[in-house]
Design a protein around this ligand. Structure first.
Ligand code: KG4
Ligand code: ZN
Length: 364
């Protein structure tokens, strides 16, 4: 099997990104360029991402980023095997900008289009960086998602557990806000937690002891709010609360991961030392990475976490998902629709019939 070279575009949230990646499954692949422009400043005054502002900002910079990504890779459009773009899930205005641009490029260059599920792109990143092999267990922790899944192949996922309320990144961001830290809160909470005592405040571990791999973070968030808004809470307590929150999150993630490891062992009894992949923005957290390492050593899994810059949103992961799909001939027609919602499991993936089912899954 030959190498594939794919341009990837990412515009589903507040990062505009373009990247060229070359390689073949199972990886690792080669990142020829990886340009990411964050819209942090545009959204900062609002303390979160404003969809309309995000979509407009993507329109303004995407053309330039694509030119830059191709120039850094020293390639022309004609050198590519395919054009890939995130087609969902995400903020629909932004997704439309990236997908429509990719369609225009595909039409103009005669190259095939690959419509990428953003979550699948996160899921497959550890193959780009580490050559992770199927089947592997995936902990997907981002601003919008918190799931444990078995990844059996491209487009082939089995859900073990997911959040029944907030995503873990959201819990980090809301805790950051309560502690007066800037958005996006995850990295700032992690920094502050380093100087704090994680045992100082007693916080709940929702769903613990139930033997299921689902998550819940809203009770934890409420408990953090009650402490932070309490009369006796002082500026000097902030680091202790950040550390106590992060410790609670760690406990929850490790408890559910351990349960999912058992589920995975039952489903794949022949896998002697399977990979345990952590993906999504929250995977950039060092304390979480260290705890996962220990858990993997205890349970005979191989920890594979991409470097921080490839855990948070980027286009190299989209280009890589494009490489994997191109290799399997899983291309999409120019009629493929953007999707605000697009779950990894329970919906059709892998080029199965309902991928072209235009309109379904759109929240707007
Ligand atoms: O994957 P991502 O870049 O965007 C989504 O698809 O959601 O994830 C962003 C999330 C944000 O909630 C951010 O606060 C969180 O990832 N995050 C972190 C860290 N870095 C980013 N959370 C905890 N610790 C970090 N170091
Ligand atoms: Zn993401």
């Amino acid at each position: 099997m030959r190498d594939f070279t794919v341009l990837g575009l990412e515009t589903s949230c507040d990062e505009t990104a373009a990247s060229v990646v070359r390689g073949r499954a199972p990886g690792p692949g080669e990142i020829l360029s990886n340009v990411v422009l964050s819209q942090l400043e545009e959204h900062a005054p609002y303390g979160g991402v404003v969809p309309e502002i995000a979509a407009r900002a993507h329109v303004e910079v995407l053309d330039r980023l694509i030119e830059e990504a191709l120039a850094q890779a020293k390639l022309e459009l004609s050198d590519l095997d395919a054009i890939a773009a995130t087609a969902g899930p995400g903020l629909i205005g932004g997704v439309m900008v990236g997908l429509t641009t990719a369609k225009a490029l595909a039409l103009a260059s005669g190259k095939p289009l690959v419509a990428i599920n953003h979550l699948e792109a996160h899921a497959l990143t550890a193959r780009l960086t580490h050559g992770a092999t199927f089947p592997f267990l995936l902990l997907l922790i981002s601003g919008g998602h918190c799931q444990l899944l078995a990844v059996e192949g491209v487009g082939k996922f089995k859900l073990y557990g997911s959040t029944i309320d907030d995503a873990v990144g959201e819990a980090f961001d809301k805790t950051a806000k309560l502690l007066g830290l800037a958005y996006p809160g995850g990295p700032n909470v992690e920094k502050l937690a380093k100087n704090g005592d994680g045992k100082r405040f007693s916080l709940p571990r929702p769903l613990r002891g139930r033997g299921i791999a689902d998550f819940s973070f809203s009770g934890l968030k409420t408990a953090v709010r009650q402490i932070a808004k309490g009369e006796s809470f002082k500026e000097s307590d902030r680091a202790d609360l950040a550390a106590s929150f992060q410790r609670a999150v760690l406990d929850i993630l490790m408890d559910r991961s351990r349960i999912a490891m058992e589920m995975f062992r039952k489903d794949f009894p022949d896998e002697a030392a399977p990979d345990f992949v952590v993906a999504g923005g929250v995977a950039a957290n060092r304390a979480i990475g260290d705890a996962i390492q220990k858990l993997c050593e205890e349970n005979g899994f191989n920890k594979k976490i991409p470097p921080p810059g490839l855990c948070t949103d980027n286009a190299a992961m989209v280009a890589w998902a494009g490489v994997e799909r191109s290799q399997l001939g899983l291309f999409d027609g120019l009629g493929v629709a953007p999707r605000a919602r697009w779950p990894l499991s329970g919906s059709s993936q892998g080029g199965e019939p309902d991928r072209e089912d235009t309109g379904k899954g759109l929240a707007c």
